[in-house]
Design a protein around this ligand. Sequence first.
Ligand SMILES: *Cc1c(COP(=O)(O)O)cnc(C)c1O
Length: 378
Amino acid sequence: MDLSTVAIVAGRGAGAPGEPLSVPVALASTYRAGGEGPHYGRDGNPTWAALEAAIGALEGGSALAFASGMAAAAAVFDSLPAGAVVVAPTRGYHGVRRLLADAASRGHLRVRLANVSDGPGTVAMCRGADLLWIESPTNPLLEIADIALLAGGAHSAGVRVAVDNTLATPLLQRPLDLGADVVVHSATKLLSGHSDLVMGAAVTRDPEIAASLAARRSMGGAVPGPLEAFLALRGLRTLPLRLERAQASAGELARRLSGHPAVATVSYPGLPDAPGHELAGRQMRGFGTMVAFDVHGGAIAANAACDAVQIIVTATSLGGVETMIERRARWPGEELTSPGLLRLSVGLEHVEDLWADLDAALMAPRPAHRARRDGPAG
Ligand SMILES: *Cc1c(COP(=O)(O)O)cnc(C)c1O
């Protein structure tokens, strides 16, 4: 079956005649004793189970839903012994970097930061480590890591491998097939796709890892709500179509942005001169829905563009039906990105409307003396 069909049929169950076709929202904290399923709402839920079956089928493993992407990531790190060594991307998702820095500052983990787009360099850092955490493409710079090469190198050093597959989704790359031991998702983003919930997932083929993660979830209590699970599954059913549309627009916008006078550089793995282009072409079934670009004029110009967009929404997050833009360096901890870097999450609007909006916003006059206030990181 093609994955676009799997997205429709997985988790649907056989079902008896007369039963609802779509999975009900099972709002339950407990279950009548004597059954075979979960006994308590922190241990399992039929609506989660349907979503997990679908995500698991798409990634080719068995999935566990979590309260958020960070809860899934935290469960992976939390299953390591105290003092374990984690190799993680220098320029990966800032939430994971914060979590690891916090764990390191309290002596729970030791962290080695690596440029994961440098395969041999990252493998060399795996000696004596316990876990290699990979992101590809990375958020927000869209660097590409060679997952098969890194997983092979890490495994020879006895190191387990986790891949954050949020930006690619299983439609574009399946890290378990490339050798990863566990895949983590922010289901908040493309998997659910409608900017209306926060959820995460972890997927593995290793029963021991699955049991450990399930125990972390039950004991730690980072469980998703049944309504969120229902909405995430509903969103997941259209992931293949949403991805196809958004990805086609992202490629077109990246190409046009490369020639725009207000734009200094564009990061999109689909551009022929992108550093990860050839690798992404081999490893992925498409180049994704995210574009990062740096504007001339730094933070002031970037903020002016964010203020000027009309159709595109200025907001953090990604993977929704609506196109979103933000200046990444407005967040504390994102200082590694240049002050004028804009991250664009391409949605489902018509590409010509998006281009007209973006082009006009980039040409907008820049307020010379208005200090823009950004809120706290969230
Ligand atoms: C958003 C995101 C996360 C965190 O997920 P939440 O659902 O916000 O907790 C992790 N990794 C990547 C790549 C993300 O974009």
